[in-house]
Ligand binder design. Structure first.
Ligand SMILES: *Cc1c(COP(=O)(O)O)cnc(C)c1O
Length: 391
């Protein structure tokens, strides 16, 4: 790819920190793990943080810690990364998909209550693309129905809701540090919480259910190996030191895209500001107008790839995936199904250059012009066909 969809931002200090760990004998459960956990907890304002080997593992352990089990229901968006539903099923619980609202693409809070049943245990609130969800409304619903809240802030480190960083509003929050996220550990994730019972439990379960890391053969719970190495944590510590310039750089890239594409009415652009907080830019996702079909979008994506520009289809709805297609949904997820086939995630990474952004925009507009002309021709052809006598 000439211009990739995403690229990690690893500098010489990051590399030095990682190689320094390799010169020690503490590659796992060492001082870098503790330091990383403290740094993340302090940054988001949580009383504790437990680092694990992925965001998916973090979600899974939160559900386990909250006692979500067989037959329980967990409300999740379908317009999200598949791990959100998979983690629920790993505990033999059932994801219940709720539609999103069309501006910020987060859960439509007006649709949550009608999805609640006697079996509902929790809501997974995803801060989609780094845009803070309406936490007050969701916490009020959770309070009325005694539900637990997990914030999936994998895409939203540093995003703020009414002046506080996301991740600490519910019972637990999680972050992912996969290489396409705002900051990375290569692979990694973390659970943040204000509840010492949750952090104690998660710490135990990530390490084979050991009562404490010292008593190596004392297991009181069915655990996993979800540990993250100190090598990864050293990278995370360095990355977190630069988070503010990283978030500002990413916002500047989003502004530049919107400045160039804003003149074109065929695109719906992401909101640059939200009423209740700060966006942490994860990806820049445009939506094609209603005159475009999924075929147009897929053709544009293919053509951009052929020209060396990495673009993505964020997200393919979870409830339409082959492994979820037979899952019952409450009515249709109209907004999800309308928006998902028209999204295109544009190349978005810290060191993207202005001329690359311009090339992405000019290629995109050229291809969408072509697609909409084709569309018009097809419509005319169809009209001719239906109007032709005897047709
Ligand atoms: C990236 C992501 C995850 C999980 O991340 P991994 O670290 O790849 O397991 C979970 N939820 C959302 C919304 C994500 O974007």
């Amino acid at each position: 790819m000439k211009i990739p969809l995403s690229a990690p931002d690893v500098n010489e200090e990051d590399i030095r920190a990682v190689t320094d760990v390799l010169r020690t004998s503490r590659l796992s459960l060492g001082p870098k793990l503790e330091q990383f956990e403290h740094a993340i907890a302090a940054y988001v304002g949580a009383s504790d943080a437990v680092a694990v080997n992925s965001g998916t593992s973090a979600l899974h352990l939160c559900l386990r810690a909250l006692g979500v089990g067989e037959g329980d229901e967990v409300i999740v968006p379908s317009f999200a990364f598949i791990a959100v539903a998979n983690a629920v099923r790993h505990e033999r619980a059932n994801p219940v998909f709720v539609d999103i609202e069309s501006d910020m693409l987060n859960l439509d809070t007006s649709r949550i209550e009608s999805a609640i049943t006697r079996r509902t245990k929790a809501i997974i609130v995803v801060h989609t693309f780094g845009c803070p969800a309406n936490l007050e409304a969701i916490l009020a619903i959770a309070g009325r129905h005694a539900l637990r809240i997990i914030e999936d802030a994998s895409e939203a480190i540093g995003a703020e809701y009414k002046g506080r960083r996301v991740g600490v509003f519910g019972d637990a929050g999680i972050f992912s540090f996969y290489p396409n996220k705002q900051i990375t550990t290569g692979e990694g994730g973390i659970v943040v919480t204000q509840n010492p019972e949750i952090s104690r439990f998660v710490r135990k379960i990530r390490n084979q259910g050991r009562d404490d890391p010292e008593s190596w053969f004392q297991h009181s719970e069915l655990g996993y190996n979800y540990r993250i190495s100190d090598i990864n944590c050293a990278l995370g510590i360095e990355q977190l030191k630069r988070i503010e310039p990283i978030l500002m750089r990413r916002e500047a890239i989003a502004l530049q895209y919107s400045h160039i594409l804003g003149r074109r009415s065929e695109f719906k652009l992401p909101l640059l500001k939200v009423p209740f907080g700060r966006i942490s830019w994860f990806v820049y996702v445009i939506r094609l107008g209603m005159q475009f079909t999924q075929l147009d979008r897929d053709w544009i994506v293919r053509e951009m790839h052929l020209r060396g520009i990495g673009v993505g289809r964020y997200f393919a709805p979870i409830h339409l995936q082959p492994i979820y297609r037979h899952w019952a949904t409450l009515g249709t997820l109209r907004v999800t199904e309308e928006i998902a086939p028209r999204t295109i995630a544009l190349p978005f990474f810290n060191h993207i250059q202005s001329d690359q952004i311009e090339e992405v925009c000019s290629t995109l507009t050229e291809l969408s012009d072509f697609a909409s002309n084709m569309e018009k021709k097809n419509v005319n052809r169809q009209k001719l066909r239906t109007q032709s006598p005897g047709g």
